[in-house]
Ligand binder design. Structure first.
Ligand code: PLP
Length: 355
């Protein structure tokens, strides 16, 4: 049986490790800028380090492409934009990570790119957009509205275009365990490994995964030029987090499904969004005031931004300037690994205390 045939769960454990006699089972942290002359590895910003490469090998194998590690998730967007000509046309979901839309809006204001926003589930609109855009930036499920985008249909439409627009999928919420966009026809996948891959709210890191080697080389050159390289410790922690992603995701998904069900039964909840996959729920209350009161009154579940850690967190997303168009009473709930009964009792208590 070759490595290729291993299940994703086994790949997450077994790849990216030294295998020689007497070597440590885990790749060490290499805090190195330069290496002794005489090999291909001279300077880490250009040539990488063994720690980065162990992470890249593992994520690349899980996604079915060639991975490059960056300093953060948003640095991967900067690299993807860096390899597009000035004036390129980009389509992005109306609901998607606020930092992504903010960076694109800035690039449009400064005259570098033209940006169109499309509703995540308007598949016909995305298919039409393929003919007049150079990059289709997808995110599924979307942050924070948890809508699913039809990656396969949109990628198929892009492939039929003579100018071959690039299809890039932000796979942060699904993770490589939940979905492999390259197998669905995407050219490129990006991750904020800050979230579920790292899994412990203790690092910032991003990854690109390109279906073909030429695009992977371009993105690596963009990293060398832009200098958004991952830290040695962060790369090591991200790989350590990735080892347990399959079990963390499975457990958090079970808990999320159960809590989504229970939330629908509470009279103060006006809507529950759960796409039947993953660790993220969005629930809605009648307005900002009630949602803020719930966030403040939780004791076990942390009121904090970001997501994907072992500890559960909530945030009312419309309280952020970049997400002001999200329903005012929508609370994004990142489900961690605490016992579901403890999480429910915290939630039900906060909801019951609403006046
Ligand atoms: C957080 C996030 C990003 C940005 O990642 P950073 O690591 O914070 O730079 C991009 N996409 C999604 C979906 C995210 O949730």
């Amino acid at each position: 049986m070759s490595e290729h045939d291993w299940s994703p769960r086994t790949k997450a454990i077994a790849l990216g490790r030294p295998t020689g006699a007497g070597e440590p089972l885990n790749v060490p942290i290499y805090p190195a800028s330069n290496f002794g002359a005489g090999t291909d590895r001279a300077y880490s910003r250009e040539d990488g380090t063994p720690t980065w490469e162990a992470l890249e090998e593992t994520v690349g194998a899980l996604e079915g492409g060639h991975a490059t590690a960056f300093a953060s998730g948003i640095a991967t967007l900067a690299a993807v934009l860096d390899v597009l000509p000035v004036g390129s046309r980009i389509a992005v979901p109306t609901f998607s990570y606020a930092g992504t839309r903010g960076t694109l809006a800035h690039a449009e204001r400064t005259g570098r790119l033209r940006v169109t926003q499309l509703a995540p589930t308007d598949t016909a609109g995305w298919i039409d957009a393929a003919s007049e855009h150079d990059l289709l930036w997808l995110e599924s499920p979307t942050n924070p509205t948890l809508e699913l985008i039809d990656i396969e249909a949109i990628a198929a439409a892009a492939r039929k275009q003579p100018h071959r627009p690039r299809v890039c999928v932000d796979n942060t919420f699904a993770t490589p365990l939940g979905r492999q966009p390259i197998a669905l026809g995407a050219d490129l996948v990006v991750h904020s490994a800050t979230k579920l891959i790292g899994g412990h709210s203790d690092l910032l890191l991003g990854l690109t995964v390109a279906a073909d080697e030429e695009l992977a080389r371009e993105l690596r050159d963009a990293r060398t030029r832009g200098g958004a390289t991952p830290g040695a410790l962060e790369a090591w922690l991200a790989l350590r987090g990735l080892r347990t992603l399959p079990v963390r995701l499975a457990e958090a998904t079970r808990t999320a499904a159960e809590l989504a069900e229970r939330l629908t039964t509470h009279p103060r909840i006006t809507a529950v969004r759960y796409p039947d996959e993953g660790a993220m729920i969005a629930f809605e209350l009648e307005g900002a005031e009630a949602a803020d009161a719930v966030c403040r009154s939780l004791t076990l579940i942390r009121h904090a931004t970001s997501l994907g850690g072992v500890e559960s967190c909530v945030e009312r997303r419309a309280s952020l300037a970049g997400d002001a168009h999200v329903p005012a009473g929508l609370v994004r709930f990142s489900v961690g690994l605490e016992h579901p009964d403890d999480l429910w009792s915290d939630l039900a208590g906060a909801l019951d205390r609403l006046t």
